[in-house]
Design a binder for this molecule. Structure first.
Ligand SMILES: Cc1ncc(C[n+]2csc(CCOP(=O)(O)OP(=O)(O)O)c2C)c(N)n1
Length: 382
């Protein structure tokens, strides 16, 4: 991992996702981080848990405001695109150069063809840079000035649910609508964790949070489903402790998808008051999915181009009988019973009904008939 020892609460549900992304793409990763827990444990200056590998490569990271983190990441992506356009022009200069060797020219042609493939662009860059340094002609110097852009980058935008569902939502919507190749990771703790647990639109009905002291009275917003309506945005809901393979698959698919991606990751938090303790945070994720509290699914626009249903429901039919016990295992719900016994049962039922409504909705989407309409096919996900 290229994200090591953070100052997050022990058992934090957020950090395993952040760490996993560095394990997959860390040597070419750029992060635009919203303010929130993740910006604090990732950038407690002068120290940072982000580190580099034996070749000196690691994630490049910066923190934005709470309200514009997606635009901040989009800006990084556009800047990178612009620089790579310049690099492309410089590389074409090599092809006509009277000094450059045939080997350099062959690699330059290869790079022009494969520059958007992460592994191939890395392989070509590793061969090309020493040859160009040895050549030293003006055309090679121009390429070398931009050598940091030879390898395809992996743009990540990381934020909490407060940033994503609420305050930065306008920007998130703008960025996914742009069609640009960025990956947004929402660390969904269902509250504003870093400022002490205020309710967000991600807080489910019945949970106690600040500004929802008697239990929230309205259901959780379905951010993922909203994003699917664009049709060209990769979307997934994941929970690492429930299904590691699905988490890995979703993160890989999102990164590989040539367009915007949004991953919503369930993250247990110290604010939830997990009775089993924070040492059981991963187990809590498994329990959340098993009882239907959280659902696992992926919406992959690339599948649609192959004539397949883009929506896949990855969670099994939940054991709804375990739903109430799951709620009782967390103080944010259990305390409603103590403080507001009259309303508690009604709120718990509403929480379960809403979770069922969501699950049924996902199941319907996963089971829908999918056929290819030739006219629609020409849209090519745009
Ligand atoms: C415009 C603005 N409002 C409020 C804050 C204060 N603030 C900093 S972090 C934070 C909570 C972040 O919550 P969330 O996005 O859910 O991330 P988490 O801490 O849960 O990871 C708040 C309210 C801020 N930085 N900027």
């Amino acid at each position: 991992p290229l994200c090591e020892f953070s100052g997050a609460c022990s058992g934090c549900g957020e950090t395993p996702y952040v760490k996993l992304i560095t394990q997959l793409f860390g040597d070419r990763e750029i992060v635009a981080n919203a303010t929130g827990c993740s910006s604090i444990y990732s950038g407690s200056v002068p120290s940072t848990p982000y580190t580099k590998d034996e070749n000196g490569r690691g994630p490049a990271w910066a923190n934005s405001l709470f309200e514009d983190f997606c635009e901040f990441g989009l800006g990084m992506n556009i800047a990178n695109e612009k620089m790579r356009e310049r690099l492309d022009a410089a590389m074409r200069g090599v092809l006509d150069c009277p000094v450059c060797s045939e080997e350099i020219k062959a690699l330059a042609t290869n790079w022009l063809d494969e520059k958007n493939d992460a592994a191939k662009s890395r392989e070509i860059a590793d061969k090309l840079v020493p040859l160009m340094e040895a050549c030293g002609c003006d055309a090679c110097k121009k390429v070398l000035e931009l050598k940091h852009f030879l390898v395809k980058r992996s743009q990540w935008i990381i934020g909490g649910d407060g940033a994503s569902y609420d305050i930065g939502f306008g920007g998130l919507d703008h960025v996914i609508a742009s069609g640009k190749d960025v990956n947004i990771l929402v660390l969904d703790t269902e509250v504003y964790s870093n400022t002490g647990g205020q309710a967000s639109k991600a807080t489910p009905i019945g949970a106690i949070a600040k500004f929802a002291a008697a239990g929230k009275r309205i259901r959780k917003k379905d951010l993922g489903l909203i994003a699917t309506t664009y049709g060209y945005v990769y979307v997934a809901q994941i929970a690492m402790g429930a299904d590691q393979a699905q988490t890995l698959k979703a993160i890989r698919e999102a990164e590989a998808y040539d367009g915007p991606s949004l991953i919503i990751a369930y993250a247990p938090c110290i604010n939830h008051g997990i009775k089993a303790g924070m040492g059981k945070a991963q187990q809590e994720e498994a329990n959340a999915v098993a009882c239907g509290y959280w659902q696992l699914w992926r919406y992959n626009p690339a599948a649609e181009l192959e004539g397949k249903n883009p929506f896949t429901l990855d969670s099994k039919e939940p054991n709804w009988d375990a739903f109430e016990d799951f709620l009782k295992g967390e103080v944010r719900y259990a305390s409603v019973m103590k403080q507001y016994p009259a309303e508690a049962q009604e709120l718990f039922q509403a929480a379960k009904a809403n979770a069922k409504w969501r699950y049924n909705n996902y199941r319907r989407l996963a089971q829908q008939q999918w056929g290819v309409d030739p006219e629609v096919e020409t849209l090519e996900n745009k």
